[in-house]
Ligand binder design. Structure first.
Ligand code: IPE
Ligand code: IPE
Ligand code: MG
Ligand code: MG
Ligand code: MG
Length: 298
């Protein structure tokens, strides 16, 4: 199993450490006013999380030969959007969760209004970063990158997926409806991570295979998240296990059953690998990340 490969683990640890430093640098210090908001933004973003989206951006950057100084900015922008989405996802008006990344959720540790503002401010910071730092050679490409991130986060992407999620709670969804929800709420931002990482480098003919790869692992990521909610433990996940069925959320487990949901994730892993085949050795990290996303236990 590739996720146990120590060389991959070392690469992953390196990117994670680099991201911790970058995020720590771009987030305003808690000593800067308004201190409570800045402290809560740091609480929501730092010291936790697998950093899967940054890892994907760095891996996609290997395909296009992107400089790490650019990749870390694009990766940070995506991770800030992700962190904001988690803070809002946990609010009482959404999933009403009290535990995230092994810590009390932001609204529990601070308060609901602060959690709302943390999300708002993290989202703004993401766009500030990707707009003001040189992430691409060509300003036109950079503008496209801002647009890619905006589309992935907005009503036709993550936020739209979250709306479908809320409207679907307590309902039985068909498989295509469930797929549509997952592609939006989780897949869109994962796809953006891959495309933005790639765009930091020199453009080559890799967009089609990368897009196909990104769609497969974006969906696989949420299928596995559903499986782990059912199959995993609160201690390992760092978030409350078993919440989906309690709250009547339609998931791949509720629609297909555990065994078929796992098969589905496996099939998507195979499809992701197949999509990368034309890219050869440059796509090695992306290939390993497909394994990590499907075989992970947390
Ligand atoms: C959890 O995402 C929320 C989903 C989109 C399924 P992650 O599993 O990437 O959460 P962290 O960042 O590692 O905490
Ligand atoms: C969250 O999906 C998706 C986003 C945050 C956009 P979930 O609600 O399943 O994520 P967890 O399980 O709380 O991390
Ligand atoms: Mg949710
Ligand atoms: Mg949730
Ligand atoms: Mg979940």
């Amino acid at each position: 199993m590739k996720i146990l490969d120590s060389e991959f683990q070392a690469w992953m640890g390196g990117v994670q450490a680099r991201m911790e430093a970058v995020l720590g640098r771009v987030l305003p210090a808690a000593s800067v006013a308004p201190g409570r908001l800045h402290e809560a933004m740091r609480y929501a973003t730092l010291e936790g999380g697998k950093r899967v989206r940054p890892l994907l951006a760095f891996a996609a950057g290997e395909v296009s030969g992107a400089a790490p100084e650019r990749l870390e900015i694009a990766a940070a922008a995506v991770e800030l959007i992700h962190a904001y989405s988690l803070v809002h996802d946990d609010l009482p008006c959404m999933d009403d969760d009290t535990l995230r990344r092994g810590k009390p959720t932001v609204h529990v540790e601070y308060d609901e209004a602060t959690a709302l503002l943390v999300g708002d401010a993290l989202q703004s910071l993401a766009f500030q970063l990707i707009a003001e730092s040189p992430v691409a050679e060509n300003p036109k490409v950079q503008l496209e990158m801002v647009k890619t991130l905006a589309l992935a986060a907005g009503s036709r992407g993550m936020a739209g997926g979250q709306q479908i999620d809320l409207e679907s709670t307590g309902k039985a969804l068909s498989l295509p409806e469930l797929e549509l929800m997952h592609i939006h709420k989780t897949g869109a931002l994962i796809r953006a991570a891959v495309l933005l990482g790639f765009s930091c480098g020199k453009h080559s003919e890799a967009e089609k295979p990368l897009d196909r790869y990104a769609k497969c692992i974006g969906l696989a990521f949420q299928v596995v998240d559903d499986v782990l909610d059912y199959d995993g433990s609160t201690a390992t996940l760092g978030k409350t296990a078993g919440k989906d069925s309690k709250q009547g959320k339609p998931t791949y487990v509720s629609v297909l059953g555990l065994a078929r949901a796992k098969e589905m994730a496996e099939a998507l892993r195979g499809e992701a690998h197949a999509a990368l085949a034309p890219l050869g050795a440059r796509a090695r990290r992306l290939s390993e990340l497909a394994d990590f996303i499907v075989l992970r236990k947390f």
